[in-house]
Design a protein. Structure first.
Length: 301
């Protein structure tokens, strides 16, 4: 039996189209154009690709996009000054600082400086705290995209055993919090976990976010499980071009799992769509307008 392939690229296209319709309505009815500001420090080629994709897809969804490129050697104060300016700019509803940052810039200080209602990444402690305590804050884009794919595939997640591999503030921890909110029984595994294979084999839902190319083989997967592969790892190929692989050995996992996301074309495109969704939501809140509901359901059609 071969697993169903969860098509994140297509799901993200539908979601972006739905977001675009809401953005046009917002402009026509309320003269509000959601604006997204992305700050990129340094020349990391992978980051440049993501930033370009974000800007293009924001414009395609009828949003305004602002890009700030700062040199790798930029002093921390300059980054904080720019954030202050964007915090006060009414045309900017969402601010994203591409991570990682160079060593002289303290990522926590930078994240703390973003106004929580403009923190479309959901990394500010106010938003992380809201997620942990059941409040209503901005939810990090990658875990949100994963959850949408899971709910589309499985419907109600209550009672399912979920294993999250990885405990970063960006993916693993908020993913675990979201799954707990859906009443899954959640295990978070990491580099100190004793028997990773055993933990994984218990999972009805396995989310891999470790950043180790093809670490999870098919025989760690429970037959019929739903596998979400968050990993984006560039590996060398004989032709010298390199290619992207996930944290899961796709070829063996696909033989065991019930459903699986591919890399590329799985979680990555959903991350960007959710970033646009958070920007739309931020714009509505900042203008005292109701936040559009049910976009994902509408997008699935
Ligand atoms: N698709 C998308 O949109 C996105 C993809 N990513 C990708 O997801 C992956 C994870 O990203 P991120 O969370 O930022 O990564 P981090 O490096 O911040 O975290 C990795 C986590 O994996 C754990 N880990 C590392 N090695 C092992 C191991 N051998 N066994 C068990 N656990 C291990 C670490 O454990 P410990 O805490 O003990 O060190 C850590 O908790 C990367 O490939 C990244 O590129 C990230 C963001 C968005
Ligand atoms: N503040 C911040 N927020 C982030 O959300 C953030 C970040 N920093 N730093 C880096 C990671 C990584 N990330 C990705 C987004 C989209 C794709 C994506 O669209 N991937 C495509 C392929 C892209 C390609 O071909 O290179 C896919 O998987 O199909 C991948 C990775 C967001 N991140």
């Amino acid at each position: 039996m071969s697993a169903a392939i969860i098509d994140g690229k297509r799901a993200a296209e539908h979601l972006r189209a739905e977001i675009g319709r809401h953005v046009v309505r917002l402009r026509e009815q309320h003269l509000v154009t959601p604006g997204l500001a992305v700050i990129l420090v340094g020349e990391d080629p992978a980051s440049q690709v993501y930033v370009r994709n974000k800007a293009r897809q924001a414009r395609e969804a009828a949003m305004a996009s602002f890009e700030y490129r700062l040199p790798y050697s930029v002093p921390q104060e300059k980054v904080l000054e720019l954030i202050e300016r964007l915090n006060d700019d009414p045309a900017v509803h969402g601010i994203l600082v591409q991570l990682p940052l160079p060593p002289q810039v303290d990522a926590d200080r930078v994240i703390n400086a973003i106004r929580p209602d403009k923190d479309i990444d959901g990394f500010h402690p106010v938003n992380a705290g809201a997620l942990a305590t059941g409040g209503d804050g901005m939810v990090p884009c990658t875990p949100l995209g994963c959850l949408m794919l899971l709910k589309h595939r499985l419907g109600d997640l209550a009672g399912l055993r979920a294993v999250v591999l990885g405990r970063s503030n960006i993916v693993g921890k908020p993913m675990a919090a979201l799954l707990l909110r859906e009443s899954c029984t959640v295990t978070v595994a990491h580099s100190k976990t004793r028997d990773l294979a055993d933990e994984c084999r218990r999972a009805d839902i396995l989310v891999a976010a470790v950043g180790r190319p093809r670490m999870v083989p098919g025989d760690w997967i429970k037959p019929g499980a739903t596998v979400i592969d968050v990993g984006i790892n560039r590996i060398d190929t004989p032709d010298g071009k390199g290619r992207l692989v996930g944290d899961v050995v796709f070829d063996s996992a696909v033989e065991v799992a019930g459903a699986i996301t591919p890399v590329p074309g799985g979680v990555g495109p959903m991350t960007i769509a959710c970033l646009l969704l958070n920007t739309l939501e931020a714009a509505c809140r900042q203008h005292g307008l109701p936040v559009p509901q049910g976009l994902m359901e509408a997008a699935w059609g």
